[in-house]
Design a protein around this ligand. Sequence first.
Ligand code: SF4
Length: 374
Amino acid sequence: MKERKTREIRIKNLRIGGKNPIAVQSMAATKTTDIPATLRQVRILEAAGADLIRIAIDNMKDLEALAEISKQTDKPLSVDLQENWKLAEAVAPYIHKIRYNPGHLHHIERDKTVEQKVAWLIGIAKKHDLAIRVGVNCGSVAPDFLEKYPTEEEAMIQSAAYHCKLLDDLGFANYCVSLKDSDPKKVIDINKQFAALRPDVPLHLGVTEAGLPPEGVIKTRVAFEQLISQGIGDTIRVSLTVPFDNKGDEITVGRQILDDIEHGRFRSVPDFGDKKLNIISCPSCSRVENEKFVDLAIKVREMTQYAKEHRLTIAIMGCRVNGPGETDDADLGLWCAPTVVNLKKKDELIGTYSYEEIIPRLKQEVDRLIAAKN
Ligand code: SF4
């Protein structure tokens, strides 16, 4: 394995980057406001050996719950702020790391520049001694970078590099970067390119919406094997679509993959996604709009077995935050609302259907696509 060359950053008592062991992290999937359920998730992740636990915060009610949850764990806590980045100041006393998404800074306070917003966030991180993750995702790349660069991959890499430069210029070094996609090949490619550009910046690796096990584990393993063996990656998150009680699997699977890589136990790289059915689904988090989501993902996989030799991508997302954007590239996309499921063909909405209606309706669309391809 090649040596990692990143600088060290600190998140409470956890150190990542440099020669530190690769940290394994995950995220609570329950509604943050359901304090007993979220604490149960925290205990499950602690018991599985998580180094860092992430919690989604979208509003002041989540924040009140976070204040209570943070008192009851010693683990470093990270929060995931998307369009709601303005909550950074309020969450700061309870956490140790903030993830912000460069593609979600433009929605509010449109009179301010991205640079001003980042400077504000970094001021908070400095004041509270927090780490920052610049988290770039395939489904939510900053629009100005998408316009400027010829490919989404290039836009993602340049957006991350631009934000690193902003943080460097603000005299802030306690940050890492993630570049995630649901396609492991893209994850490998963009992280290799970014690491060549900024070898000093610690990288958080993950294949987003990897989906149900075992396929989700295989996709993640492939990406991690290719990157970590090259000295790329300082912390990992395995994103699996599993029931709440099995969330610890994300940690145990992550540790197993790291152990296998360390001991040279590599798997052959399967050729998935190119010619066969590819189902991607998000790991769910507190934002999931209906608890039927995991069942839905399982039913989609079962129903589509007859189509597994067809080159189709079906995406299933748990909520409106990432659902609409991250289904745009799929042949068929489903994203959950509280009582209905939105069905899309690429970026076009076909309609909304109840949780009972959606599977037969999806089958009609799968049949149509197969007939059209034939
Ligand atoms: S799509 Fe929504 S529910 Fe799923 S992991 Fe992303 S934010 Fe959470």
